[in-house]
Design a protein around this ligand. Structure first.
Ligand code: FA5
Length: 339
């Protein structure tokens, strides 16, 4: 009997030793220590052992059960530890790996310019208006004193979507829309996209303008000059000078083009200002009384001033950008420089 018990212990040791998976150990546990296991059947066979040998053999059997139980639970712990280590190896985070590129974007230079200009004018009491990019001929041209077949339409020939529907060529269309719907006092600026059949280093087929309109009693050219001079000093720097040159727009009378001293050479003359010391930034004028009347505003009581600037041009001047097309290429190296 003693030999039988010893060989059972040896068998258990060998099998446990050879086991590689937890599932095998569980099976061995059942086969040695379970209800129908080898040790249990040894205990059941005690009744056949002669009376005088029972205490000694019983002690052996109990020792064998404890030994086998220890062998099994030690191996179980060992395999559980190994399984945990394997899991941790698989799930570990390699902190030496390159980080994911999560660089934050930046605002487009034109957006920066729009935000700055909107800030300046809202600080002066203007509100922000807007209108549609697909516009009626009436608002883009006719109400602005540009009847059909007027020669000034040539410069702003555009993309038509029908006889009277077009992609607007100027944010001045919002002037007409506003005056038709609102009585003075009016004090608005309107940023937005406009379209023209242009394409070169300083002209783009789509660009952005900001329109300004003030209509009230006693508005004069002096108000326009004072307002735009203050604006230029805020946008560039306080030493900036402005120059008003006579010009022509059908919807303003008189009309002017406004130049500022070059912010690169401060008026001395350089490549950016083509040696003149001055850079043109916008068109403006006193609202033509004909336009006020066509839009339902009594020109004997009210007068107005209006101006329109090109956002891309201002961005080019402010940031020294030589070609307008760079603004539309979305080259991330260029855009990153505005962070
Ligand atoms: C106008 O569009 C007038 N509506 C401005 C105005 C408003 C005058 C109110 C009087 C009263 P002009 O065509 O000059 O004017 O355009 C205004 C500005 O838009 C120009 O000074 C220039 O900076 C910009 N611009 C014109 N064409 C282009 C283009 N193709 N690409 C980029 N910028 C342009």
């Amino acid at each position: 009997m003693k030999e039988k018990i010893q060989s059972l212990i040896n068998e258990a040791k060998a099998k446990v030793e050879a086991a590689k998976e937890l599932i095998e150990i569980n099976e061995l546990k059942v086969s040695f220590l379970g209800k129908a296991g080898a040790i249990t059947s040894l205990l059941k066979g005690m009744k056949d052992v002669p009376q005088e040998q029972r205490p000694e053999i019983g002690k052996y059997v109990n020792q064998a059960r404890d030994t086998i139980s220890d062998i099994i639970s030690n191996k179980m712990q060992e395999l559980e530890q190994k399984a945990l280590e394997n899991k941790m190896m698989k799930e570990k985070i390699d902190i030496t790996i390159d980080e994911v590129d999560a660089t934050r974007g930046s605002l487009h230079p034109c957006t920066l310019v729009i935000n700055e200009i909107v800030d300046i004018f809202t600080g002066l009491g203007f509100t922000v208006g807007n209108g549609p990019e697909i516009e009626l001929d009436k608002f883009n041209f006719q109400l602005l004193n540009i009847p059909k077949d007027h020669p000034s339409r040539d410069m702003q020939d555009t993309f038509y979507a029908g006889e009277d529907i077009l992609l607007r060529t100027q944010t001045s269309a919002v002037q007409a829309r506003t005056m038709i719907n609102t009585q003075p006092p009016i004090k608005i600026i309107c940023p937005g996209k406009v379209y023209r059949p242009d394409y070169d280093a300083t002209h783009s087929p789509m660009f952005q303008q900001i329109e300004g309109l003030v209509v009230d009693k006693h508005i004069t050219l002096c108000d326009l000059k004072g307002l735009l001079d203050l604006f230029a000093k805020k946008l560039f720097d306080s030493n900036t000078k402005t120059r008003f040159r006579p010009s022509f727009f059908p919807f303003t009378e008189p009309s002017v083009e406004v130049d500022v001293t070059c912010s690169v050479c401060h008026g001395k003359g350089c490549r950016i200002c083509k040696g003149t010391g001055w850079i043109e930034i916008l068109g403006a004028g006193v609202v033509n009384p004909k336009v006020l009347d066509s839009c339902g505003i009594d020109s004997t009581k009210y007068s107005g001033l209006a101006f329109g600037l090109g956002v891309e041009r201002i961005a080019m001047i402010k940031y020294g950008i030589p070609d307008i097309r760079i603004l539309f290429e979305n080259d991330s190296r260029f855009l990153k420089s505005f962070k």
